[in-house]
Design a protein around this ligand. Structure first.
Ligand SMILES: [Zn+2]
Ligand SMILES: [Zn+2]
Length: 347
């Protein structure tokens, strides 16, 4: 089969790769009809995530048709149309039994290297999905591949952090970072009927995009976002801040821009080892800080897909490019140069 292969840090290629076979009784093989390139694929490519086996298949966002199942796969059969989750969970551990799938004690990730299971990824014609009953979700026939694919990753990440943030109707919400996750957090936040959602970013084009999705743009290169949010809330600050950047300055902006008694919910990924915070100040103001950790896909994807079906969220707005799998390298280049917001690949 054809696949996008991770050759080494900084180098991927399109090549031939053995078609996956059923290895465990609870596996499924999915014939991929639509795949996508994720920001975290770039982290692998840049060597920021170690452990990717040279020559293995990259990618973890996909929709397809089940082409084979092991004897212990119960919820899916050959011919079912499915979306896959990027995290591969066991479904049986203490955390999975509580629905905290992101804390699974045997968490693996498709196409993400030997430290998370050494599983081949989904930017290919076929992908093997372990524990298929837990790691695939059926797609309603009314939904297109493009409407369903992000349920396995960024759309549900937005739904997850918006849920964790505890937004109430009438709240003022501020989101830092208008990348794909920030835009999905915005679309998910909207479903809670807040009074206003402010999007803080430095890039005009991304802010314009967020504005079209209903946010009030705040360009942090032009105004101080903390002062801006306070001035628009009788000096209180936002009820809820959702941090989608994963950089300390954005975290600090949220801590300062949130009102006393408010909540900062973080989904951006930090690589810094340490960062000073004013403990006494946070205590005095009674700030709740929630670190979302990795997205609980399996706990939230049904709800995210239902919101798409009802028309509350249109995930296809983030798709800027659709290319054949064979032109996948071009997709990575476009994404790398930030000329593409989201690239879809068709095997
Ligand atoms: Zn991803
Ligand atoms: Zn588990």
């Amino acid at each position: 089969m054809r696949a996008i292969l991770f050759d080494d840090v900084g180098k991927i290629s399109i090549g031939d790769y053995p078609e996956p076979q059923i290895q465990e009784p609870d596996d499924a093989i999915v014939k991929v009809t639509t795949a996508a390139i994720c920001g975290s694929d770039l982290h692998l490519l840049h060597g920021r995530i170690p452990g990717m086996r040279p020559g293995s298949v990259i990618g973890h966002e996909y929709v397809g048709i089940v082409s084979a199942v092991g004897p212990e796969t119960k919820r899916f059969k050959v011919g079912d149309r499915v979306v896959g989750a990027f995290p591969i969970v066991c479904g049986a551990c203490w955390f999975c039994q509580r629905g905290e799938f992101n804390n699974c004690s045997d968490l693996r990730v498709l196409g993400y290297g030997m430290f998370v299971g050494d599983l081949d990824g989904s930017q290919a014609e076929y992908v093997r999905v372990p524990l298929a009953d837990w790691n695939l979700h059926a797609i309603d026939p009314s939904l297109s591949d493009e409407q369903a694919i992000f349920a396995g990753d960024i759309m549900t990440t937005g739904a997850y952090i918006a849920a964790r943030a505890g937004i109430q109707e009438g709240d003022v919400v501020a989101i830092t970072g208008a990348g794909p996750v920030g835009l999905f957090a915005l679309m998910a936040a909207r479903t809670y009927k807040p009074a206003a959602i402010y999007m803080v970013d430095m890039a005009e084009d991304r802010l314009a995009f967020a504005e079209r999705l209903g946010a009030i743009p705040v360009n942090s290169t032009k105004v101080n976002p903390v002062i801006e949010l306070q001035s628009r809330t009788d000096d209180r600050g936002a009820d809820i801040c959702i941090e989608c950047v994963g950089a300390p300055p954005a975290f600090d902006t949220c801590l300062q821009a949130v009102r006393a008694g408010g909540t900062v919910a973080v989904i951006g990924v930090y690589s810094e080892l340490e960062h000073p915070i004013l403990l006494g100040e946070l205590w005095r103001r009674g700030i709740t800080i929630i670190f979302g950790g990795s997205c609980n896909v399996q706990g939230h994807w049904s709800r995210a897909l239902e919101q798409v079906k009802q028309g509350a969220i249109d995930p296809t707005v983030v798709i800027t490019h659709t290319l054949p799998l064979e032109e996948g390298l071009k997709g990575y280049e476009l994404f790398e140069r930030r000329e593409a917001l989201k690239v879809i690949l068709k095997p």
